[in-house]
Design a protein. Structure first.
Length: 323
């Protein structure tokens, strides 16, 4: 397939994002609406599929521009009915299927999935991509892009395919986590095949539906498969954002990140916010930075400020009664 305006990898695609689960392990919270890095989880995922012709979010409507919404019937009846509701709105030859709680998913990860789906197994001596009629062995692909057949492709006639026939032949791509486990809510699928399989599928498991359609299992750098099922997951995602921001801020300011005791600064701002006043927290961190830059701060200045904030009530009484 030649590259198109829709996607640099050459695949015109729609996106279906499932964002209507019950979030039992989060106490029934509106999981896709929880924020990481200043925007909701589902907004992170919507941004990752910005190149889609149409993005369908299956779940409650939210104020997200340029997104179509659908609901499974009945609501919260599971991922297979939710997928069916989203697929009703899909017309592109490929569909990117994602969960609505993937804070580390980016457009580059989606590009990698699509490129894996639209890359042919090599056929020596033929410049035109060709797929054996009876090729059934799924491919695996690493983050580096190397492709190998999990089972050797069977011998048999091979012929040139039209783009439509080619999409039908190659199957889908599912992302795997760092333990090699398939993440069925992070993948790319040929739309026509998926719709036919779904129409004939009586089960409730995405694995049962998507497993037979899988051609490539793809591992990617970072943790794009990481989802927020628990409060600990959500906190980890938020701390990751903090790590990224710290690194970027240090680079912008010309500071060696190794010299920044982030946890100590966070303890300081927490104690000042709770013990003094919220606006005092960033102000105190700024004042400490000025003192360090001027060389007037001691090695234990942050610890002294933490103690001062914890004893703020007593400190203000003493200050106000000083002669």
């Amino acid at each position: 397939m030649a590259p198109t305006a829709e996607h640099p990898g050459g695949a015109a695609f729609d996106a279906v994002i499932l964002a209507g689960g019950e979030a039992r392990r989060l106490g029934g919270a509106d999981k896709p609406g929880l924020t990481v890095g200043g925007r909701s989880l589902v907004e992170h995922v919507v941004a990752a599929v910005a190149g889609a012709r149409t993005t369908i979010v299956v779940g409650p409507e939210r104020p997200i521009p340029g997104v179509a919404f659908a609901r499974e019937d009945p609501p919260r009846s599971g991922p297979v009915p939710a997928l069916a509701a989203g697929l009703n709105e899909v017309s592109a030859p490929w569909v990117v299927l994602l969960a609505g709680d993937l804070p580390f998913m980016t457009a580059s990860h989606v590009t990698a999935l699509l490129n894996a789906a639209t890359t042919q197994p090599p056929t020596p001596g033929r410049p035109t991509p060709r797929i054996p009629d009876n090729a059934a062995g799924p491919m695996s692909r690493s983050a580096a892009g190397a492709t190998s057949w999990e089972a050797a492709p069977p011998s048999g006639d091979a012929r040139e395919r039209t783009p439509e026939e080619w999409v039908e032949a190659v199957g889908g791509v599912v992302m795997v986590d760092d333990g090699g486990r398939e993440q069925w809510l992070a993948g790319v699928w040929p739309t026509a095949r998926l719709k036919r399989a779904l129409a004939a599928y009586p089960g409730r498991s995405l694995k049962g539906l998507l497993g037979p359609l899988t051609a490539v299992r793809l591992a990617l750098p970072g943790r794009p498969w990481f989802d927020c099922d628990t409060k600990d997951d959500l906190e980890e995602a938020r701390m990751n954002v903090l790590n990224e921001w710290t690194a970027l801020a240090c680079k912008e300011l010309g500071i060696d990140p190794a010299t920044v005791d982030r946890d100590l600064i966070l303890d300081l701002t927490k104690e000042v916010a709770h013990g003094v006043a919220r606006p005092a927290a960033p102000l105190t961190a700024y004042l400490l930075g000025l003192a360090q830059g001027a060389g007037t701060a001691s090695d234990d200045s942050a610890a002294k400020l933490i103690t001062l904030a914890k004893n703020w009530g007593q400190a203000t009484t003493e200050t106000l009664t000083d002669d």
